[in-house]
Design a protein. Structure first.
Length: 232
């Protein structure tokens, strides 16, 4: 009987940032970047601000360290508002209180810090979001931190600002004495309208999780599978 060992890796991806920075649309495109123009338009036009957690999943077999690994991204998108907009709306903190015990939130594989390049206050808010992630112990030695400059189709991102923010993130990490190296802090410029940077962000996240995510091994019975195919 011939068995094949299958290697798996999974990891949580948490986008953080203010409301209306594009977290929901960006997450849907990361999960499925190879879409038609019509599908893209539907996502851009029909995605509405959510007051609940959104969960997206995507798996792909990739090669890591010369070994095929079935890698799964698990995206958990929280609402960006910290204050009540109406009695019917929920805030980031209220949603987090419900899902705070999720094992995937104990240690985050990829943390996306997202801001809208056309709105300076969303960039300034990233300090608050980073501090929150640090307080919640989401960042550890195997966390990739990505600064995402979104909506560059409307306005170009400033490289000097990006480098300064990356240095600031690293300073906060060191202040908390976490074993995170400087090269674990990346930056990507994205446009959901033009799909700029989406595939790069997906590849980066998959490669990181394949190498440093939660690993597992499964066995598939090749011989039995072949017999079943013949019967069909």
């Amino acid at each position: 009987m011939a068995d094949e060992i299958k290697h798996y890796a999974t990891g949580s991806v948490i986008p953080l940032g203010d409301g209306f920075t594009g977290k929901s649309v960006l997450s849907r495109l990361i999960v499925n970047p190879k879409i038609s123009d019509e599908e893209l338009n539907n996502i851009l036009l029909k995605t509405r601000k959510s007051y609940n957690i959104e969960i997206e999943f995507s798996s792909k077999e990739i090669i890591s360290n010369n070994q095929p690994i079935i890698t799964t991204l698990q995206l958990y998108v929280f609402p960006g508002q910290r204050q009540k907009i109406s009695d019917r709306s929920t805030t980031f903190d209220e949603i987090l209180n419900i899902f705070d015990c999720f094992p995937v939130l104990m240690k985050v594989s990829v943390l996306l810090l997202i801001y809208d390049v056309t709105k300076e206050h969303t960039l300034q808010s990233l300090e608050m979001w980073l501090r929150f992630a640090l307080v919640k112990d989401w960042i550890y030695k195997d966390t990739l931190i990505v600064l995402v400059s979104n909506k560059i189709d409307l306005e170009p991102a400033n490289d000097d600002i990006i480098n300064h923010v990356k240095d600031t993130i690293y300073s906060y990490i060191k202040d908390h004495e976490l074993p995170v190296e400087k090269d674990q802090i990346k930056a990507i410029k994205t446009s959901c309208v033009k799909m700029d940077g989406i595939e790069e962000l997906r590849r980066m996240s998959l490669a990181w999780i394949a190498e440093r995510g939660i690993r597992g091994v499964g066995i598939r019975d090749i011989e039995r599978l072949g017999e079943n195919e013949e019967e069909e």
